[in-house]
Each structure stands twice: as structure tokens, then as C-alpha cells.
Ligand binder design. Structure first.
Ligand code: WT7
Length: 633
């Protein structure tokens, strides 16, 4: 059914050229041949990065769930769509066929409607990795409600900020969730978040851990009885190509999280096309991405991309370390996983456990390995290649972002090979550019600069919810007529790209994108704290870890107890993922004369590279640098 495979090097280059020379013809053909449309488009692409405005397939009408499910039913209704592997390996896994999924999504969509949810309403989904998460996402899409999934590791404060930012009318959650040996009490987190959210009218609660949380009458509803009473038919709402499909929050270097808005048609076309080609999905493959659906990786490559291709997508509820560090490999063996997609931080954590566990299981079903989220170091790449892939599985190091909606730079297995630490070549239609400090594009090979994209691709985010100006300022103002990624990159002698990391104040910890500003804001809320600055430093497992320099109002107060309190505050405001590994109390922070904290100096101190701090004589307070160095951790 899918007519868009790239099968060899020649096809990659031919398609790449076609998509650059005539993007509208190229993408129209992909869109027309591979998807179900209610009405065709009148214009393939309309764009101007200076506004910025981007629209793909304008005038077309469709519903993405008809493309994810309905059209697979006739020939593949009995095929497993979602293969659910629970946290506890002793519990049975669950195979949800396309037929089942159709019914479950429609029932859920009817429940949403019965609670007053209409096209365009925002629905917050705060669920663990259980089937209801994927199903609720698709149920929203069925009726044109805009889903805003919030990762269930975020705190009540982080949740309420996200609910209020886009005025969610409903929250979908569960009584709780399992994560390894722990249970997480999600409902009580929702309850405390909702103390600050007046716009939420109803809360649907799935049962997972069978706790007995308090239910607010007239607001909270157990999901199952509602589903039991709902019809298995729900007509798909007709959506315009550019109607929002979902909002997903990502950290910025400053300010509150940004609600990236993705729209329907372009996202559909690009997530499906990249999935098929990067993972070389074949009809009998079992595909597994270990991400959480709370992140973009889960949206595009657990839910939408795989289902659009009629694939079997494995959803794992648990963690790599439970009941032991062999769990991932036992799942690969148990379900004969063909494609395995994970993050460098997980690879490093598993590599650290030695070879006994990875060698205990039969991994011969694996065909392709993927990595995403941060630059993968050479050692981790080789371990993955040698011990997981047994040197026979191509590794796709996929570079992309919440904002890009789909993979932008990655090897394509049958077309060209990966190379350790390189994301390699741009995907079909993607036009990267490296920029110098003066805003001039750097041409040629063996060069390094700031990574931009100079032409629209179908799945790019269209705006930041409620703040188009911020969208323009963040992504389209640094360089004229270009999307700025926030990453640095180099292009080697063969034109292959290696991502060198963020060039802004975003730090990637265990693959999670964290802005320094919100963490500093959280720390500064402590009554004893005067100010703080966060920098990243290399960490064996997490890639980067956080180092906080904290100035107290009264320097007598330094204590380990205070360090714990600071981390508790961060957990409360953002979530445990943002906790600091190192906290150094200082008497002051190095500042420019205009009062800006010189993070550059702190970064060097954190990595213990203080031989060349540059000229510090222009600082407002050069003397603090010496003290900070002396006491560094
Ligand atoms: C940032 C985006 C897209 C899914 C997960 C992260 C970094 C992502 C790679 C990679 C080097 C990578 C970049 C990017 N990043 N993948 N393969 N190699 N760096 O999404 O949270 O929006 O983070 O993650 O710095 O800008 P995100």
C-alpha cells in the first residue's frame, strides 16, 4: 500500500534532488499516493519565514485517524497494531489489533463528545505508558480535539502551567502508574495541579493500579464504565490540512515552556514517510521505540508514524532496569523485535551493566537500531553496534526536535551507512545550512557552524500556542529566512553532519531537553537563595548532568540539608528529571558590567577546564572567579 520506499543510494539521491528542485510536485505525489483524503488540496505549499507562515496541502480535508486505522481494517484488521508489554514481566502482554483499536478509539471518542469536547478544544493527557495513552491521543484526533500530552513524570506545578497555557477543558489521567518497583500516584498530582486550573471541566480516570483515589463529584469520572456504554462507531471529524492536531510543550532557554503546535496533513505525510524509510519497516516486522508518548519521539514514532504505515508498534510500560537490566533484551527476544529505537542515555546505562545480560537473550530478530535525543558518543555507538546489533544491524542516529515533528538528519539503511557520532545526511526534502557568527551561510565541506534549515518541510511546528511572536523570535530571527535549530553542527569532507550540541541555554539530560531558566527560577524561590546559575557538564550515563552555582542571601546558611531542599523545590516545580547533580554555594556569580551572568566561565569551571578562561578583567566582579574555582566540585 505504501508507495514511497527509498530502496538504494540512487533512489535516495534522485528523490532528494526531486524534493529540492520541485518540492511541491514531490510532496504532492507522496501525499496523493499514500493517504486517504476527503478533499484534495488547492495549494501544496505556501510559506514565508519572515512572517513566519508555513502551510502545506492548504484546502485539503482529511482525518488522520482514518489514515492510521480505518484504511488498514479491510486487509489487515487482524494484524496487531499496538503490542503492549506491561511493567511486570509476569503480567501478560496484550495484542491490540487494528480492528480492536478502531473500536476502542471510537468508544473513547464518543466518551469525549459526551463530556462536551468538540473540535478545536484542548485536552490534556497525563497518563503512564498504558494503551489508554495511545488510544486517548487518537480519540482526540478522531473528533478534532487538540491533544496536549504531558509526560507523567512532570510535577503538579509543571502540569498546571501546561494545562493553563492552552486552556485545556479536560484532563485524562489514571489512578496511578507502575514504574519498575515503584507506583506513581498520578491522580493526586492531577488533583493538586487542578487547584490552579479553573478551566478544566472534567477529568477522566483510567484504572491501572487499583488504588482508590478521591473522586471530585461532577468533575471526575472513571473511564471504564463510560467506555462500556459508548458506541464502537464514531464518524471521523473532517479536518482541514492546517487544523492543529496537537500541542506539545518543550523547554526554552528562557521563560515558560513553549507549546509547539503541529497541524494535521503535513505532520501526517512526513511522520509516515520518515518512519517507513528510516526504519525500513516491512509488513511482518515488530517495531519498538522505547520513548514515552509524552515526548515527540513517542508521538511521531510510537503512535502516528507506525500506525500510518499499518505497522505493529510495541508500547512498553516499564523501565530498562526492572526487574533487572536485561529487561529490554528480554522484550526483544520475547516479541522478536525487528527495529529497536532508544536513546544514548539508555545505551550507556545498559552498557555499564556489562555483557552478561545482553548476551543472555536471543537478539537475532533485530534488523535496525535507532538512537535519538542527544549526540551519541563513540563508545556507546560501538557498544550498541557490537553487542546489540552484533555488527549486522545498521544504526540510524536520528537528529530532530519537538519543533521539527519528524526526523531531519539520519542514515537511511539501504542507501548509505551510518558513522559513529554522525547523524549523516539530510532526509528527503530537508535543506540544512550552517551559519557563521555573522549570519552568513558557510558553504562547502569540512566546516562547522550553527545549524539552520532554509526551506520548509511538511511536519514543522507552525507556531507556539498563543504566542506567535515568540515563535518568530526564537526560531526565525537569528538568521534571515531560516529556521534556527539551537544546535551546532559540523559537516565533514563528505557532506555528512555531526551534531555538536546545543549552542543556547538548553541542556540535554538523559535525553530530556531542559532550559536553564526555569530551573534557576525554581531554585530562586527558596527563601535563602539570592541567585543561581545552572550549567551542564559531561556525565557518563546522562550525557550531561546539571551543576548549580547558588548564591545565598546569608552565607552562614550553607548546609547539605539546604542542597536537598533545593532539589526538592526543583522536583516540585519541574520534576525529578531536572534535579541537580552538583550544587556549589558561592559568594557571588561572575557577571558582565551589564549584569549578565557569564555562564561561559561557569561552564568551564564545571568541566574543570580553567586553563583558558578568556579575559575576565572586564567582569564586574573578577575576584569571585578565583573563589569559585577553588571551591569547585
Ligand atoms: C534536541 C531536541 C527529537 C526527539 C527527542 C528530543 C538534541 C536530538 C539528536 C541526535 C544529537 C540530538 C538536539 C536537539 N538531539 N536528537 N540524534 N544527535 N543531538 O527532542 O526534546 O525537542 O530535543 O535534542 O540538541 O536540538 P527535543
Amino acid at each position: 500500500m505504501i508507495k514511497y520506499e527509498i530502496k538504494n543510494t540512487k533512489e535516495y539521491h534522485n528523490n532528494y534532488s526531486k524534493a529540492i528542485e520541485n518540492p511541491e510536485v514531490f510532496w504532492a505525489e507522496i501525499a496523493k499516493k499514500n493517504f486517504t483524503w476527503i478533499r484534495p488540496w488547492s495549494q501544496v505549499l505556501d510559506w514565508d519565514f519572515s512572517i513566519p507562515k508555513v502551510s502545506w496541502f492548504e484546502g485539503a480535508q482529511l482525518n488522520i485517524t482514518e489514515n492510521c486505522i480505518d484504511r488498514h481494517i479491510e486487509n489487515n484488521g487482524h494484524k496487531t497494531a499496538i503490542l503492549f508489554e506491561p511493567n511486570n514481566p509476569k503480567d501478560p502482554s496484550e495484542a491490540i489489533t487494528y480492528n480492536d483499536l478502531y473500536k476502542r478509539i471510537n468508544r473513547f471518542a464518543n466518551v469525549l463528545k459526551s463530556k462536551g469536547i468538540q473540535k478545536g478544544d484542548r485536552v490534556c493527557i497525563y497518563l503512564p505508558m498504558i494503551p489508554e495513552l495511545a488510544i486517548s491521543v487518537l480519540a482526540c484526533a478522531r473528533i478534532g480535539a487538540i491533544h496536549s500530552v504531558v509526560f507523567a513524570g512532570f510535577s503538579a506545578n509543571a502540569l498546571s502551567t501546561r494545562i493553563n497555557d492552552c486552556d485545556c477543558k479536560m484532563v485524562i489521567t489514571s489512578d496511578g502508574g507502575y514504574r519498575g518497583a515503584k507506583t506513581i500516584d498520578l491522580k493526586s498530582i492531577v488533583d493538586s495541579a487542578l487547584l490552579d486550573c479553573t478551566g478544566v471541566e472534567s477529568v477522566l480516570v483510567a484504572k491501572r493500579i487499583h488504588s482508590d483515589p478521591p473522586m471530585v463529584s461532577g468533575r471526575d469520572y472513571w473511564l471504564q464504565p463510560l467506555l462500556d456504554d459508548a458506541s464502537i462507531e464514531c464518524e471521523a471529524t473532517v479536518m482541514d490540512a492546517e487544523d492543529p492536531l496537537f500541542i506539545l510543550y518543550t523547554s526554552g532557554s528562557t521563560g515558560k515552556p513553549k507549546g509547539m503546535v503541529h497541524t494535521t496533513a503535513g505532520y501526517m505525510v512526513y511522520s509516515a514517510y520518515t518512519f517507513k524509510n528510516i526504519f525500513q519497516y516491512e509488513p511482518n516486522d515488530i517495531y519498538w521505540c522505547t520513548a514515552d508518548i509524552g515526548w515527540i519521539t513517542g508521538h511521531s514514532y510510537i503512535v502516528y508514524g507506525p500506525l500510518l504505515n499499518g505497522a505493529t508498534t510495541l508500547m512498553f510500560e516499564g523501565v530498562p532496569s526492572y526487574p533487572d537490566y536485561g529487561r529490554f533484551w528480554s522484550i526483544v527476544e520475547k516479541h522478536k523485535v525487528s527495529q529497536f529505537y532508544t536513546a544514548p542515555t539508555a545505551i550507556r546505562a545498559l552498557a555499564k551493566e556489562g555483557l552478561e545480560l545482553v548476551n543472555r537473550y536471543d537478539l537475532s530478530s533485530l534488523k535496525i537500531l535507532g538512537t535519538v535525543g542527544e549526540p551519541i558518543n563513540e563508545e556507546a555507538w560501538h557498544w550498541y553496534n557490537d553487542h546489540v546489533g552484533k555488527k549486522k544491524c545498521p544504526i540510524v542516529d536520528t537528529w530532530w526536535q519537538t519543533e521539527t515533528g519528524g526526523v531531519m538528519i539520519s542514515p537511511i539503511p539501504n542507501s548509505f551507512e551510518g558513522k559513529p557520532t554522525f547523524a549523516t545526511l539530510p532526509f528527503i526534502g530537508v535543506q540544512p545550512a550552517l551559519m557563521d557568527e555573522n549570519g552568513i551561510e558557510i558553504e562547502g565541506n569540512s566546516v562547522e557552524g550553527r545549524l539552520c534549515v532554509k526551506f520548509p518541510w511538511p511536519s514543522m511546528a507552525r507556531t507556539i500556542w498563543g504566542n506567535h511572536q515568540r515563535y518568530k523570535d526564537t526560531y526565525f530571527s537569528a538568521y534571515d529566512q531560516k529556521y534556527f535549530t539551537g544546535d551546532g553542527a559540523l559537516r565533514d569532507e563528505n557532506g555528512h553532519y555531526r551534531i555538536t550540541g546545543r549552542v543556547d541555554d538548553v541542556i540535554i539530560v538523559s535525553g530530556h531537553n531542559l532550559g536553564t531558566a526555569p530551573i534557576e527560577d525554581a531554585i530562586n524561590e527558596h527563601p535563602m537563595v539570592a541567585e543561581s546559575a545552572i550549567v551542564g557538564y559531561p556525565h557518563d550515563i546522562k550525557g550531561s548532568a546539571l551543576y548549580g552555582f547558588v548564591t545565598l542571601k546569608n552565607s552562614q546558611d550553607l548546609s547539605d540539608a539546604l542542597k536537598i531542599e533545593i532539589n526538592q523545590l526543583i522536583s516540585k516545580q519541574i520534576g525529578p528529571i531536572a534535579k541537580l547533580d552538583k550544587i556549589q554555594f558561592t559568594t557571588g556569580l561572575p557577571k558582565t558590567r551589564s549584569g549578565k551572568i557569564m555562564r561561559r566561565i561557569l561552564r568551564k569551571i564545571a568541566i574543570k577546564d580553567t586553563s583558558n578562561l578568556g579575559d575576565i578583567s572586564t567582569l564586574l566582579n573578577p575576584e569571585v572567579v578565583e573563589t569559585i574555582m577553588k571551591n569547585s566540585l
